[in-house]
Write a protein that binds this ligand. Structure first.
Ligand code: NAP
Length: 332
């Protein structure tokens, strides 16, 4: 069996989620245990691994980092223990041997030791979605306490955490915009000052967003596609100040491309930047892990997680996630 660079696998068999085709969900199967290579790699017993949208795009081959290589074990991050006994959060270093397995190989330089007593389920559920806004605000723009933030697409796991992360990092007024009415309503409790529904007529949405968020300093954008074009038109129309506006593209759940109105760029000090793997270096992402892990472990953020046994990976893939983040835990 050849899985990525793990061409000579001679370890004992272990159970893992295995993707053999980009068209079908992973299945629970036995593969040889991968072997660490070099002084920084260790074998880790996985305790929890989150089923993030990024993992779905890894498993169906659509992520921009996909090499097209199969088979693969999905999972981009997780919580587990190496032979030193320490509880760690880690980011997978290999795109083909991921974290949805009983054991995986971890490069210690891409891991952080968690306080004993940290809840592996919460950390595995929250690190990826929370990191999206945390890293964007701390590494991609010069964010200052008191600045106003619009979270565009605030009802997903990352969006709900973005509202809380922005509050935690000292944002002033926070506007949360989303489609799902019930989850949107819940965001007031989590720190949003103003809620904007993205439902209904495009022109009405532009007006609503313009009135509510015309003067924000930062947009944290999980949507892209048509809603982003609408939001940009709305904000541009209502914006009176000449202060800079940083628009951070983080996700694209509403479409991979968006029509950017040229007038918005000419009329305002609008800068569009992206935040993710590549636009933020791995070293910078890893440098943010300890503080964020501490905040999550301390219960700073409300996190919605649901544990599912690894043996049920195929079902977990096919079922709607029901809003909470599915976390796979080895075993039946
Ligand atoms: N760049 C990074 O560093 C980074 C890190 C983490 C995540 N991400 C990306 O961020 C995005 C969100 O991640 P997540 O973990 O929050 O996913 P999630 O929990 O699955 O949430 C996605 C949300 O998007 C909403 N949505 C889908 N289409 C929409 C539309 N047309 N208009 C408004 N809302 C829409 C859904 O709301 P409904 O309930 O209305 O369907 C759902 O709540 C993904 O694209 C992910 O890949 C990026």
């Amino acid at each position: 069996l050849k899985i990525g660079r793990f061409a000579i696998l001679k370890g004992d068999p272990m159970y893992a989620a295995v993707v053999s085709s980009f068209d079908t969900a992973p299945r629970y199967a036995q593969i040889p245990t991968p072997e660490p290579d070099g002084k920084d790699e260790v074998l880790v017993d996985v305790i929890a691994a989150g089923l993030h949208p990024r993992v779905r795009s890894q498993a169906n081959g659509s992520h921009y980092t996909s090499s097209g290589e199969l088979p693969l074990v999905p999972g981009i991050d997780g919580v587990g223990r190496a032979s030193d006994g320490a509880l760690r959060y880690f980011i997978a270093s290999d795109a083909t041997i991921g974290t949805m397995a009983e054991q995986t190989v971890v490069d210690l330089r891409r891991s952080v030791v968690l306080h004993e007593g940290s809840d592996p389920l919460l950390v595995a559920a929250a690190m990826n979605p929370a990191m999206s806004s945390w890293v964007a605000l701390r590494r991609r723009i010069d964010f200052r306490p008191g600045q106003q933030v619009l979270v565009l697409g605030a009802t997903g796991n990352a969006g709900q955490l973005a509202v809380q992360v922005a509050r935690h990092l000292g944002a002033g007024r926070i506007v949360a915009a989303g489609r799902d009415a019930a989850r949107l309503a819940n965001l007031s409790r989590l720190g949003a000052d103003l809620l904007v529904s993205l439902g209904g007529d495009r022109e009405e949405v532009a007006v609503r967003l313009g009135e509510a968020a015309g003067e924000v300093d930062v947009v944290i954008d999980y949507l892209w596609g048509e809603p982003t074009a609408t939001a940009m038109l709305g904000l541009a129309r209502y914006r009176a100040s000449d202060k800079p506006l940083s628009w951070i593209e983080i996700g694209s759940v509403a479409g991979p491309t968006a029509e950017i109105p040229s007038a918005a760029l000419r009329a305002h000090r609008l800068q569009i930047v992206g935040s993710g793997q590549g636009s933020v270096s791995t070293a910078d992402i890893v440098a943010e892990l300890p503080l964020l892990a501490d905040a999550i472990s301390a219960g700073t953020f409300e996190v919605n997680a649901r544990a599912v046994p690894l043996a049920q990976v195929t079902r977990a893939w096919q079922e709607p996630d029901g809003g909470g983040r599915v976390v796979l835990t080895p075993g039946r």
